[in-house]
Design a protein around this ligand. Sequence first.
Ligand code: ADP
Ligand code: MG
Length: 210
Amino acid sequence: MTLDVAWATRWMLLTREAVAANREYLIDLDRQIGDGDHGENLDRGFSQVVSVLEERPCGSVQDVLKVVAKTLMSTVGGAAGPLYGTAFLRAAKACALEPVNAEGVAALILAALEGIQARGKAERGEKTMVDAWGPASDAAAKAASEGADEIAVLEAAAAAAAEGAAATEPMKATKGRASYLGERSIGHLDPGAMSSSIILAKALEAAKKA
Ligand code: ADP
Ligand code: MG
């Protein structure tokens, strides 16, 4: 399909469903190395995103992503609210061209990564959501430069995000709440990297369905 406003809206509907389905799982991950609120916070945030989109349908991908940014900033709280808020705001600015093509997908993901890093100052390997978005951005850029279409770029990004999230398990957290645990953060998946991988998987699923 073409990555237009219907895609972006469907992306958020699917993300909301997946976050709700993984609410307890994300709470559990966050309980192990944080305070246990990640699943609850995201469930509230993405439910509100969908309510806002249903009340006032958007006219462009950019508008959808701006609504997502604003809504997550005001409803999610914790570390993840401002981080995802900034990610989606930067992503919105990166997709003025619609429908979003292969290069546009890569630009959107890179912008989100840069937003997260501008806000949270984490580098790769610090056991945060950067460890999902970083590899996703690299994979998307590589696929786009090799001539992949937008679906294949999303496929590459989603796969890399899932691998990146899995790779946080042996890492020691040096940013965010999990860093308070030091060595004891080793051996657990990072909740934010996992939720990021879910979000990117749904971007792909929405593109395949629509
Ligand atoms: P809090 O830690 O305030 O309870 P959440 O539980 O909502 O926030 O989110 C925790 C997630 O936020 C972590 O799993 C991690 O992925 C991400 N995170 C925390 N600090 C940073 C940071 N400085 N940069 C990037 N991501 C971060
Ligand atoms: Mg938390």
